[in-house]
Design a protein around this ligand. Structure first.
Ligand code: ADP
Length: 680
């Protein structure tokens, strides 16, 4: 402590004893002052606490004690000395020890603690000497010196030393203090690093802990007083060398200048460093590789990007092709489920892409043709080849259209290109039926025209034969005109008969040729479709047939008829034919009654021409509409062309004709024609 003179314990005791002896000598001197006076002077001037106790009761104290304890004189004098101690044990101990020493050597000194009035503790050295050694009851003079500062310092020093020791021991490295190379102190860490025991190390030359390889270098550092950390090679007791880091400092120690050195075994650190170096090397290699890879990857990515871009262009091109193609294009999975379809599906069949993606391709194929389609897809799946097939396909408006397919399978998808060939099929069917008609015509030409021709030929020969007979008669009976006339008269009926048959035949041929002409004209006439007032049309027909109807005793009843759209001339021909047939094929037993009626629905008008004529047997019901078909060619006069032409006209109007008939009862011919569409 600054400005404080510190004394050792023995020094203090010595001072206290001097004070005591001075005090006692004053007490025994009667020359100058009375005892009382002397005591007061000593008490006041003494540099330590002085007091008197009698039987441990305080009799008097000086100012030093009052200052030290914080009590007033009144508070202390007359009180038991116990009040100055922290507890009874310490008070008893001081009392016992002090009297023991007095008994042994006439005075006693004890180091103890006092409790100040403010509750704080002070350390004191207490020395006591009896006033009369032979009668302790006269009292004991004591002196007290405050040594609190010294005790505190000693405690702090001890604590500091303990802390230093603990730190010293706890250090990771070895710590040594050497004086000119000779180790005078070291910690446990140094033993652990070097393999020498504490005892072996103390007094040992510290340079022996350093390998010869770096001993000179270390020596130089010691001599130059180098204080920065540096690395050297250490050597253990077992001869093993190891990398060591040394950090030295010159310090004063116990009155001399020594050097502390911290040894730090850096083997692990070196290993770590090597490892780190290796890792670093590896990391750099990896980095290099990574850079290479990144460069490669980048070029791949660039290539990929370019491929992606060209793929995108191709996809766009395909998409454009897909959506602008005039064919029906679609993609399905192997179960036939639609995945994509182009716009043409909507244009052609009425289905949007979203309609289709909820269905399978089979859902719209005509039931009769589904199996063929499935078989075709299976064979495509097996062979991997494109398959072509045709079927009827249901449109959104419930009509069927003929679709031609080309399908191929690739990677679990079926790619279909299809086209509507309905028009082509219809044309083909028309060609087929035209061919049939042609065949029929050839048949007629060869058969129906041939029989009258045979007649003409036969009867012409008869005529020739008759003329030869007449010529012979005339030559044989040169001048006998009467005989000639008689003989020619016999031949003349034969000639007339022949001529009659020849004319009949030519008439029949004429009829057939006219019919053919009508037929050929009929096919070529273009239709002039208008709204037809059927009531007027039928009234006009009835008027034109008036003579015939009266002659045949036939009756026509016409109901109110709905309007239809059609060609007026052609429809007149239709109804004229039907009414003609009704009269022509009347039942001989009854007068002809013809009823004409008509109904209408949202799209069509249906007219009925009903008669009570001969009726038509079931087996002929379809055939009567064929070209030149007649039920009884020998008895009937017609050419079997009327109903064929009627059917052709009705079909050209997109209508239908059908028949209900009971043989012997009568017939009903139904004609379906489109209604008049209202203009918007
Ligand atoms: P045609 O010009 O010879 O009368 P159609 O084609 O008009 O020929 O009729 C074909 C055949 O149908 C006729 O030969 C006739 O036998 C039968 N037929 C037509 N209309 C009737 C009818 N209303 N009642 C009974 N048979 C009929």
């Amino acid at each position: 402590m600054k400005g404080t003179v510190t004394f050792s314990k023995s020094g203090i005791k010595f001072i206290l004893l001097i004070i005591l002896s001075v005090y006692i000598s004053f007490l025994n001197s009667d020359d100058i002052f009375s005892s009382e006076k002397k005591l007061q002077i000593i008490t006041r001037t003494a540099p330590a606490g002085i007091g008197v106790v009698r039987d441990r009761v305080i009799v008097s104290v000086n100012d030093y004690i009052l200052n030290l304890t914080g009590y007033s004189e009144d508070e202390l004098v007359g009180k038991h000395a116990i009040m100055l101690y922290p507890d009874k044990d310490e008070s008893d101990f001081v009392g016992m020890e002090k009297y023991r020493q007095i008994r042994e050597r006439g005075s006693g000194t004890v180091e103890t603690r006092w409790l100040r009035k403010d509750g704080s503790i002070c350390h004191i050295i207490l020395s006591s000497t009896p006033i009369n050694i032979n009668d302790l009851e006269e009292g004991v003079i004591f002196t007290a010196l405050d040594i609190t500062d010294r005790v505190d310092m000693e405690r702090e020093l001890r604590e500091s030393e303990s802390r230093f020791k603990a730190l010293h021991e706890a250090s990771f490295g070895g710590i040594t203090i050497h004086d000119k190379g000779i180790i005078i102190e070291c910690n446990q860490g140094l033993s652990e690093i070097t393999g020498y025991s504490y005892e072996e190390l103390i007094g040992m030359d510290g340079l022996l802990l350093i390998s010869e390889k770096s001993r000179n270098m270390v020596l130089e550092k010691i001599l130059s007083g180098y204080e920065e950390p540096y690395e050297a090679i250490g050597i253990r007791k077992n001869g093993e060398e190891y990398p060591v880091r040394l950090h030295a400092r010159n310090i004063p120690y116990k009155g001399r200048q020594v050097r502390t050195v911290e040894f730090r075994d850096i083997s692990t650190q070196k290993k770590m460093e090597n490892r780190i170096k290796r890792s670093l090397y590896l990391a750099i290699s990896f980095l290099f590789l990574a850079i290479l890879l990144i460069m490669l990857l980048k070029s791949s990515v660039n290539k990929l990007q370019k491929t992606k871009e060209s793929l995108l262009i191709k996809t766009e091109e395909l998409d454009r092709f897909f959506s602008s193609a005039l064919d029906l294009l679609c993609i399905t999975d192997l179960n036939g489920k639609f995945i994509r379809a182009n716009k043409e599906w909507e244009n052609c069949l009425g289905y949007s892409e979203s309609d289709l993606t909820q269905h399978r391709i089979y859902d719209f194929i005509h039931p009769d043709e589904i199996n063929t389609a499935i078989e075709s897809f299976k064979s495509a799946e097996k062979s991997g080849r494109i398959v072509s097939f045709t079927n009827r396909y249901l449109c959104k408006d419930n009509a069927y259209r003929h679709i031609e397919w080309r399908s191929s399978i690739y990677d679990k998808f079926i790619y279909h290109a299809a086209r509507d060939i309905t028009e082509r099929i219809i044309s083909e069917q028309e060609v087929i039926s035209k061919n049939k008609e042609l065949e029929k015509l050839i048949y007629v030409a060869s058969h129906d025209l041939r029989s009258p021709l045979v007649n003409v030929d036969g009867y012409s020969k008869e005529l020739e034969y008759s003329l030869k007979i007449i010529t012979n008669i005339m030559e044989d009976n040169n001048n006998n005109s009467e005989k000639i006339i008689d003989l020619i008269k016999i031949e003349i009926p034969e000639i007339f008969d022949s001529l009659k048959y020849i004319r009949n035949s030519t008439q029949q041929m004429d009829l057939l040729l006219k019919g053919l002409l009508r037929y050929s004209r009929n096919g070529r006439i273009t239709l002039n479709i208008t709204a037809i007032n059927m009531n007027n049309l039928l009234k006009n027909i009835k008027n034109s047939l008036d003579f015939m109807l009266k002659e045949s005793n036939a009756l026509i009843n016409i109901s109110d008829l709905p309007e239809c759209s059609g060609d007026e001339i052609q429809l007149t021909q239709v109804f004229l034919n039907l009414i003609n047939n009704a009269v022509k094929y009347k039942c001989p037993d009854r007068d002809s009654i013809i009823n004409i009626s008509g109904t209408k629905n949202s799209s069509n008008c249906i007219y009925c021409v009903e008669d009570n004529g001969l009726g038509i047997a079931n087996e002929h019901k379809d055939k009567i509409f064929e070209l030149f078909y007649r039920l009884d060619p020998h008895r009937e006069k017609g050419e079997g062309l009327g109903l064929y032409i009627v059917k052709q006209i009705i079909e050209r109007h997109n209508g239908e004709i059908f028949l209900e008939s009971i043989l012997g009862i009568g017939s009903k011919f139904y004609i379906k024609l489109p209604i008049v569409l209202k203009k918007k």
